[in-house]
Design a protein around this ligand. Structure first.
Ligand code: GCB
Length: 630
């Protein structure tokens, strides 16, 4: 087949062109890895914490709490990082706190980081929800808007001011959501003093998960030489049994640098190499990256070592960074999703980063347990509903062959004021941050720009056309979707996406209790969408709440029996449409998860097929059996 060669040229051209497209962000966001030239110092553990309970929530800034030790400013408590702070204490005011909270950690920096000014020291926050301001030894070093994505600041100069190497990191984090944040939210003050106490306010959110807050992912310091590998972009392809890895490396801190790029297989043998900041590596007898259960050796990863050598008048620099690379292609037709030119069916789940006590904090035992459950279930994929998950999770997906639909935090865009220019600009930046972080993951096969926005509103047309187009410009190699729930005839996003993703809850939010409507309503829905857009469809959510241990037969809502039959009735239609244009089914949800309090939620959303503690409900066995059959 000669097409791949043309495609390869196109993709390589894109790599070079992308540097010229009006990017809003400067610089790369490579995952910090140790190497012969880089050190990493993790700052996970106990941090000092103080919530600013002042009515204005500004006391910390007014009194400049960052200028001295936090415990000198008032009462502090211990909190773990990474973790949400909400469920750590017995204090309901902390659980439901809205406003600025302050974190602090003191450490001693290794002497050579201070003395050797050819070393660059960087402070990186894996994610903090939502708006963060960071100081080192009282000096402001960076601020960042948005949870779920990393940010960093070079701190070499600041830490060198104190030759003892003592370093105090202060991070103020504010979980207030506005109509312009992603996700959006809105603070409402209740001024009727006959009904509410002085200063009473609530934060309205338009999404169905608890607005956990705090420092959710690891904070760390890492080093690079002054001349360093700033970013790497790879795009992969293959032709017959030759793998093609187009790469581009960006360098900072040196005007000229020699770059050597070596691709190694799992045994550490060099399979291809090249010199220079861009090129195409050709891999003979390529071992492609295959999804879980589609190949005897899924998730095959090569290692791409980038070695930089540079010099200035007085010093020579060497920097080494190694990137895992899976070689695979992704393509979409009007009826199929192709990975390595073979039809792929998403047998998957929707998840949340959510668990007891930790909230949204990264937790290795939970991550490993969830991967074991995915495999037990026979799932080959998930969607990062409704925000980007930790990089550590995507690395696991790469290694285990779990396919990912990578979603932005564009959830709950329901208010017309959230379609304005400020929201749009922020959404574009978030998509850049997401693509910049996740572009090299073989597991990531599609970007999702939003979940169930009010896409029937007039400004949604321009808004989503712009966001989707920008995402495609950032990465023309992956399809783009957004998740629809509204009427297909009025949906303003669908014309621009590559794959139609639809959520619906027949016999739950519509016609509750009437399981018999599912086949007819689902069939009508699919025919309408496919008939209009001629694009493949993923059932990106379906399900029903089941309170674990509650049984009634004949089934009624909220029982394990009802949840099971909802699934089985959906599956009948999936099996018919799969032969035509249905390319995947993602259950809502993998596990029960915490939500805001309300009359439709019984200590959280119970649509999990596993409990929040990861024990199976009856529905989990239905899915396990189904996946075995297909
Ligand atoms: C949806 C949303 C999801 C909710 C779910 C539900 O359509 O996308 O965030 O949790 O429905 O259970 O209502």
């Amino acid at each position: 087949m000669c097409l791949p060669v043309k495609r390869q040229v196109l993709r390589a051209l894109w790599l070079f062109a992308v540097l010229d497209t009006g990017l809003l962000l400067d610089g790369g966001m490579l995952y910090p890895r140790e190497s012969s030239s880089r050190e990493v110092k993790e700052l996970s553990g106990l941090w000092v914490f103080r919530a600013d309970r002042s009515p204005s929530r500004k006391q910390g800034f007014d009194e400049a709490w960052y200028k001295r030790r936090l415990e000198e400013t008032g009462p502090v408590i211990d909190v773990p990082v990474p973790a949400s702070y909400n469920d750590i204490t017995q204090d309901p005011a902390i659980r439901d706190f809205i406003g600025w909270v302050w974190y602090e950690r003191e450490l001693v920096v290794p002497t050579h980081w201070i003395r050797d000014d050819t070393i660059r020291v960087v402070l990186r926050v894996g994610s903090a929800h939502y708006n963060s301001v960071v100081w080192v030894n009282g000096v402001s070093v960076t601020q960042h808007e948005g949870g779920h994505l990393p940010f960093e600041a070079e701190v070499s100069d600041v830490i060198r001011k104190d030759p003892t190497g003592s370093c105090r990191i202060t991070i103020a984090v504010n979980n207030t959501l506005t109509l312009q944040t992603l996700p959006p939210g809105n603070i409402q003050y209740m001024n009727d003093r006959t009904r509410y106490p002085d200063g009473f306010f609530v934060q309205s959110i338009y999404f169905d998960f608890f607005n956990y807050a705090g420092i959710h992912r690891p904070v760390l310091l890492y080093t690079t030489p002054k001349a360093y590998v700033d970013d790497i972009t790879v795009v992969t392809d293959f032709s017959d049994n030759t793998g093609l890895v187009s790469y581009i490396v960006s360098v900072k801190g040196a005007v000229t640098a020699a770059l050597k790029v070596t691709l190694m297989d799992k045994q550490g043998h060099c399979v291809a190499s090249s010199n220079g900041p861009f090129g195409v590596l050709k891999v003979q007898d390529v071992k492609l990256w295959w999804p879980y259960l589609t190949h005897e050796n899924p998730g095959y990863l090569y290692s791409m070592e980038v070695r930089l050598n540079a010099a200035d008048g007085r010093t020579t620099y060497e920097d080494v960074y190694t990137l895992p690379v899976g070689i695979r292609t992704v393509n979409v037709t009007s009826t199929q999703f192709l990975i390595n030119n073979k039809p792929f069916y998403f047998h998957g789940v929707n998840k949340h980063e959510d668990s007891d006590i930790r909230g949204k904090g990264l937790d290795w035992p939970l991550i490993v347990k969830d991967f074991n459950l995915l495999k037990w279930l026979g799932a080959n994929s998930f969607r990062t509903s409704h925000y980007p998950y930790a990089e550590e999770i995507l690395q696991m997906c790469d290694r285990h062959g779990i396919v990912v639909i990578d979603e932005s935090p564009g959830v709950g865009i329901k208010d017309i004021r959230s379609f304005g220019n400020a929201s749009l600009s922020h959404h574009l930046i978030v998509m850049e941050e997401l693509v910049r972080r996740d572009k090299n993951h073989a597991s990531v096969v599609m970007w999702s720009v939003a979940n169930e926005p009010a896409s029937e509103m007039p400004p949604a047309d321009y808004y989503f056309n712009t966001v989707i187009k920008h995402t495609k410009d950032l990465d023309p190699t992956r399809p783009v979707t957004f998740i629809s729930s509204s009427n297909f005839a009025r949906d303003k996003g669908a014309p621009y996406v590559d794959v139609i993703c639809i959520n619906n809850y027949f016999s739950w939010y519509h016609d509750p209790g009437h399981l018999e409507v599912i086949p007819i309503q689902l069939n009508t829905e699919y025919e309408n969408w496919h008939g209009k857009y001629k694009k493949p469809i993923i059932q990106s959510e379906y399900g029903a709440d089941a309170v674990p241990g509650v049984h009634v037969d004949p089934p009624v809502m909220f029982t394990e029996e009802y949840q099971k039959i909802v699934l089985q009735n959906y599956h009948k239609v999936f099996d018919q449409k799969r032969a035509q244009y249905l390319i995947g089914e993602l259950i809502w949800n993998f596990a029960d998860f915490m939500t805001t309090q309300g009359v439709t939620r019984v200590v959280g959303n119970k649509k999990g097929i596993f409990t929040r503690q990861r024990q199976p409900k009856a529905a989990a066995f239905v899915l396990k059996e189904r996946k075995k059959l297909s």
